[in-house]
Design a protein around this ligand. Structure first.
Ligand SMILES: C[S@@+](CC[C@H](N)C(=O)[O-])C[C@H]1O[C@@H](n2cnc3c(N)ncnc32)[C@H](O)[C@@H]1O
Length: 594
């Protein structure tokens, strides 16, 4: 039985067994509206929190009691969410390692594989002195136990099928043996590719061995071979379950979703919501077109993307790779630009014709900049001086990008985003983080992620809301000028209607969040709760009316004029102070009254 797919999708089998993409997912119908849900995957073969968070995340539904976490793209945080009812996690009384939010999750996990896995943690504790396992090791152990112990109902049967267990001619290692015939069932493993990758293979062998030992399956060569093959299949087909709410990672493996191939200019993206993955369109898709997602951060320079794709064993031939397009070029050709008319970067002409100077930095130099940036040593502790030195070194490495005005080209946005992230939680620097976040949301994110409903863009907008809540309090208490010595920032905030700014940003976040994420997304819920609070404030009826009109129709003359002058104006003004603030701080010039 091929994996269950919704009617919007079908698997295409390439008749050429040597083709790099043997199978791919095609749309059975036209999906012209970006943000459309293509399919929802609710019964994964594997869904695990990462090792480090297995004691802080429900091991079945993958909910966490808190929803704070950084945005890996732009470095903006969500606030501690007050919208999620608090709940506690209780450990399995037998292994005391896996934790659950309620008995229903515990029962469901028992059936889904914890029954076999529970004894593993006793061995881990005895042999390694800890009660968690690295995620890939735990995943392999879970699969091996389901395969070896027999029974296990429908879930185990699906795992056996996907891993080619008991499917005639599918149990060997390597692409060759998996190919041909009814290969709609068995996951790709790329075993030969991994085997040739010396260092990676050594690590994988260790992980496979760990899984076999902890699963209590002895040390025979046959079971080790199975474990290596299972690991290769997991590595090739499981998605990094990056939780847009908490920033935490994990593993999500679904046999149908695993058929989706990669492109650095994808037409779809996956969002995770607890134990569910949702595949949504990022751009319009035609009937019969291949659905692609990006397996990696597709906004990295070409060499870095190639390195990130190394574990998938193919040469990407998407337009971004073939023509070595930078993020500005990809943005310029994106059909999603028009969606930004309702965003913090509604100047579509600017997105179509960015004012950058490519003569200042070649593509080869960009690759070299990224490599140099990555090679800088990140200090281990929290010493402020060490971190300042790192930020200075990173800025210096990025200097040619700064001179070219290529703010959206990595590693420059990450450099700015990481500084913004550390300033947001700093008593001295919190106000100065605001121009940085405004800059990222207007000059970097819309180019890197053209569709405004992409969750990381929404988080960027919400990051500004959270800081405006802080600066609003400083303004009301008269504290602002003692917290910030930059006259431009203080003046802009003093003149601004910070409540209307927040309301407009919340309306943006809610509109786009409802398209690009699930209604259950903590960030979206929080935005809705905050908007309800603002709407209940007395004396702002006129402002709210204008912002509602703008949100209904961004071209409504009065609403648009209000948004332009009261929201976009101050955001642009704050954004214009970002680079000088940043350079002054990195030069060691004090911007802060102590
Ligand atoms: C998650 S699987 C995707 C489904 C896979 N094509 C199959 O037939 O099972 C990932 C593997 O598909 C192949 N693949 C994915 N995207 C590709 C691309 N753009 N070009 C060539 N091969 C690709 C690589 O072998 C990769 O390791």
């Amino acid at each position: 039985m091929p994996p269950q797919l919704p009617p919007t999708l079908r698997i295409h089998h390439n008749p050429d067994p040597t083709a790099p993409k043997r199978r791919s997912l095609l749309a059975t119908t036209a999906l012209p509206t970006p943000g459309t849900t293509i399919a929802t995957f609710t019964t994964p073969l594997l869904a695990l929190p990462d090792g480090a968070s297995m004691r802080t995340t429900c091991n079945y539904c993958l909910r966490t009691p808190t929803s704070t976490g950084p945005n890996p793209t732009s470095g903006t945080p969500t606030s501690p969410s007050g919208t999620q009812p608090p709940f506690s996690l209780k450990a399995c009384t037998a292994c005391k390692a896996a934790v659950y939010c309620d008995p229903a999750c515990q029962r469901a996990h028992w059936k889904a594989g914890h029954k076999g896995e529970c004894g593993v943690f006793g061995r881990v504790r005895a042999q390694a002195g800890r009660d968690w396992l690295p995620t890939p090791v735990r995943a392999v152990a879970q699969v091996l136990l389901l395969l070896h112990q027999g029974g296990g109902g429908a879930a185990a049967a699906r795992v056996r099928e996907a891993f080619g267990w008991g499917v005639k001619g599918k149990e060997g290692e390597g692409k060759g043996k998996e190919g041909g015939g009814d290969d709609g069932v068995v996951l790709e493993g790329n075993v030969e590719g991994f085997r040739k990758d010396g260092e990676v293979w050594r690590d994988m062998e260790l992980q496979a061995k760990g899984a076999v030992v902890y699963a209590g399956l002895g040390e025979g060569e046959e079971v080790l071979k199975q474990a290596r093959e299972v690991l290769c299949k997991i590595q090739t087909n499981a998605f990094n379950r990056l939780d847009a709410d908490t920033g935490m990672t994990g593993i999500f493996l679904d046999a149908g979703l695993a058929m989706v191939n990669h492109s650095c200019v994808p037409n779809a993206f996956i969002g995770f919501d607890k134990r569910t993955a949702v595949l949504r369109t990022e751009r319009p898709i035609q009937e019969g077109e291949e659905i692609t997602i990006s397996y990696i951060d597709n906004t990295l320079p070409k060499t870095a993307r190639r390195e990130a794709l190394r574990l998938y064993h193919f040469e990407c031939d998407c337009p971004r790779c073939k023509d070595d397009l930078d993020v500005y070029e990809v943005c310029q050709s994106s059909p999603d630009i028009r969606l930004n008319s309702f965003s913090l970067q509604p100047d579509l002409a600017k997105l179509r014709n960015p004012s950058i100077d490519r003569s200042k930095v070649s593509k080869a130099e960009i690759d070299a900049i990224y490599k140099k940036w990555q090679a800088l040593t990140v200090p281990e502790g929290n010493d402020e001086e060490d971190h300042l030195r790192l930020a200075q070194a990173r800025w210096e490495v990025c200097r040619p990008l700064v001179e070219a005005g290529m703010w959206a080209v990595e590693p420059l946005p990450t450099t700015i985003g990481q500084l913004a992230m550390s300033w947001q939680t700093s008593y001295k620097m919190v106000v100065y983080a605001l121009p940085l976040l405004c800059f990222i949301s207007t000059e970097c994110d819309p180019i890197k992620l053209v569709a405004p409903f992409m969750p990381w863009r929404i988080k960027g907008v919400m990051g500004i809301v959270m800081l405006l809540a802080v600066t609003g309090e400083f303004t009301a208490s008269g504290e602002l000028a003692t917290r910030c010595t930059h006259e431009g920032i203080v003046g802009t905030l003093a003149m601004a209607d910070q409540v209307s700014m927040c309301e407009a940003l919340l309306r943006l976040a809610i509109h786009h969040g409802s398209i690009g994420a699930s209604e259950d997304w903590g960030v979206l819920k929080e935005a809705k709760a905050m908007l309800a609070d603002l709407e209940s404030l007395e004396g702002r009826e006129q402002e709210s009316k204008l912002l509602r009109a703008w949100a209904r129709d961004p071209e409504d003359p009065e609403g648009a004029a209000f948004f332009e002058s009261q929201v976009l104006g101050p955001i642009k003004a704050l954004s214009s102070f970002a680079v000088e603030t940043l350079e002054a701080m990195l030069d060691g010039k004090s911007l802060v009254k102590r």
